[in-house]
Design a protein around this ligand. Sequence first.
Ligand SMILES: [Zn+2]
Ligand SMILES: [Zn+2]
Length: 169
Amino acid sequence: MTSFNLRRARLRSGEQLREQVELELEPFLLGGQEYLPEPPTVVGDLSITKATTGTVFELSFQASLRGPCFRCLRETTIEESVRAREYQANTPGDDPDLRNEYLHDDELDLTAWARDAFMLELPEKILHAPDCAGLCPVCGKDLNDEPHTHEELGSDPRWAALDELRGQL
Ligand SMILES: [Zn+2]
Ligand SMILES: [Zn+2]
């Protein structure tokens, strides 16, 4: 886990600290498939700005994620620019919006923050191309390589079973 100790910063109101930080990126498990960050460690920009009522934390980095295309399963790498912002009020009370959840006893958990921020940037479905045709639901062949349809549906036992069902309706 990479973390940043705030005591090192010693900021006074109106002051800002900018620092390059090393971020360990953890693998993601999405839809039962593993996606690996590449490279597993990136250098990000951390800035901490102290205001009168609280502290603003900003983190940005670029990273790639490698894993199977959601539709056709071929290996895919997507690149994302990640930007995240957190706020910690001097007196947050019980309001979660006024609390930086990655800050514990002046220790900022960069690993957890980077993971969650990266996750938020990911598309809903990771596709090797936006128009990926996917796999044929009948024979399982990759429709990107071999675009085809199954004309002779009657010869497929699954369709025959469906026809039989239709006959009963
Ligand atoms: Zn695909
Ligand atoms: Zn097919």
